[in-house]
Design a protein around this ligand. Structure first.
Ligand SMILES: NC(=O)c1ccc[n+]([C@@H]2O[C@H](COP(=O)([O-])OP(=O)(O)OC[C@H]3O[C@@H](n4cnc5c(N)ncnc54)[C@H](OP(=O)(O)O)[C@@H]3O)[C@@H](O)[C@H]2O)c1
Length: 373
């Protein structure tokens, strides 16, 4: 009986955990596939770094050698950035491989093209790990899409930012100090820009937009703010009102008009994201039939991310009909200077916006705000 042959692109935190999980859960995978699942090759940029780790399969930094592996069935991609990952995956799909990727930046930028190509070639493209790591948000949304209209998604999609805001709040420390704690704990990169400037959450939100609407707004017109200028005075002032400041990615469809934004907002205790602290991610989904759901869990880390990937792997055995959304909608312009902030239960607080001030800084000015229903 021939094995299911898997090729891994990238063998860092995620790729190596996938390799280990395929070995440690071989019995379960064999039950699902009815045959052995074999890692037939690993492609990295610098193979010398991995020679101690990868001994029982082909390890290469030569892309031709990797694609020369005969009868590859599935490619799992866990490298970084748009290129060369996108070109490799196009090549893989064209040669009939199913694809599983964790690469959020690549799938946010090129997901639509890859989906089209995968459809044309009759192969599957799965990307659960790219949004909220181990939290099964893509699978849940795919299930919901059949009949429900998803009217709103509100999510904490970046564990690093959430950890920093939690530390600032719990320990009464400024952003820089909380960032340093995140770096010491291994929750933030040496260059944290991708996380704290909102890019990581933005990419994930674009992936969700693709999934829900088969389209994305113009990236230039989306409000994307990070957490660098949230002060602990803001956090303290919000806390005095019983509120917290959270970095939230929102996608809202109001009667066909879709607004998308990533920014710090003030939440009261009644909001389902209020209690999401530390490195956790959480996604609140509102469907017109199901009402409100909340998924919460580890948004990153080797094992949770590998879990999402091997679940995608196991799901490849099921024939899945991809449904087209066929909905009328249009994206609205960014609302850079929108003079309001979100509160629980859809309540909106209108701000007397002082010139030149970021709107989320209203946390320090709540007593001057007027609440509207
Ligand atoms: N870490 C997480 O918790 C997490 C969670 C969800 C999604 N993701 C996504 O998963 C992907 C991998 O993340 P990671 O944390 O595992 O990153 P990582 O530890 O930096 O590993 C990246 C791997 O990709 C390889 N690579 C980079 N450029 C390559 C190229 N041009 N050709 C072949 N291999 C290349 C690297 O090889 P060299 O070492 O030889 O350069 C390395 O093995 C990223 O897209 C990330 O956004 C990560």
């Amino acid at each position: 009986m021939t094995a299911v042959k898997v090729g891994l692109i990238g063998y860092g935190t995620v790729g190596s955990a996938v390799g280990r999980t395929i070995r440690s859960h071989q019995e379960n995978l064999q039950t699902v596939f009815g045959k052995e699942v074999q890692v037939a090759g690993v492609l990295v940029r610098d193979k010398q770094k991995y020679e101690q780790q990868v001994k029982d399969t082909l390890l290469t930094d030569n892309v031709e050698e990797f694609f020369a592996i005969t009868d590859l069935d599935i490619i799992i991609e866990a490298s970084v950035g748009i290129e060369p990952a996108y070109s490799y995956l196009k090549k893989a799909i064209s040669s009939g491989c199913h694809i599983i990727t964790a690469n959020k930046e690549m799938i946010a930028s090129k997901g639509a093209d890859l989906k089209e190509l995968a459809k044309e070639k009759g192969v599957r493209l799965e990307y659960e790990a790219a949004v909220a790591g181990g939290v099964p948000v893509i699978g849940t949304l795919k299930q919901l899409l059949h009949i429900n209209h998803v009217v709103k998604v509100e999510a904490i999609l970046n564990g690093t930012s959430n950890f920093i805001l939690s530390e600032m709040s719990d320990k009464n420390i400024p952003f820089e100090e909380a960032l340093q704690l995140a770096q010491e704990a291994g929750f933030a990169e040496a260059d944290p820009a991708n996380d704290v400037d909102g890019w990581d959450a933005f990419y994930k939100l674009m992936v969700l937009s693709d999934l829900l609407f088969e389209a994305q707004p113009d990236w230039e017109k989306v409000t994307r703010k990070g957490i660098r200028s949230v002060s602990f005075q803001d956090i303290h002032k919000a806390a005095e009102q019983g509120w917290k400041i959270k970095h939230v990615a929102t996608l809202e469809n109001t009667g066909g008009e879709v607004t998308v934004y990533v920014e710090p907002v003030v939440l009261s205790a009644a909001h389902p994201l209020y209690s999401v602290d530390g490195v956790d991610n959480a996604v609140c989904i509102e469907g017109n039939l199901v009402g409100k759901l909340k998924l919460q869990g580890p948004g990153a880390g080797a094992l949770p991310t590998a879990s999402a990937i091997v679940e995608d792997l196991a799901n490849l055995v099921h024939q899945r009909k991809e449904l087209s959304v066929k909905r009328q909608f249009q994206f609205t312009e960014k609302r850079e200077a929108a003079p309001y902030m979100h509160l629980p239960s859809g309540q909106v607080v209108v701000q007397e916006k002082p010139a030149g001030e970021n709107y989320y800084r209203v946390a320090g000015k709540t007593e001057r705000l007027v609440a509207e229903a």
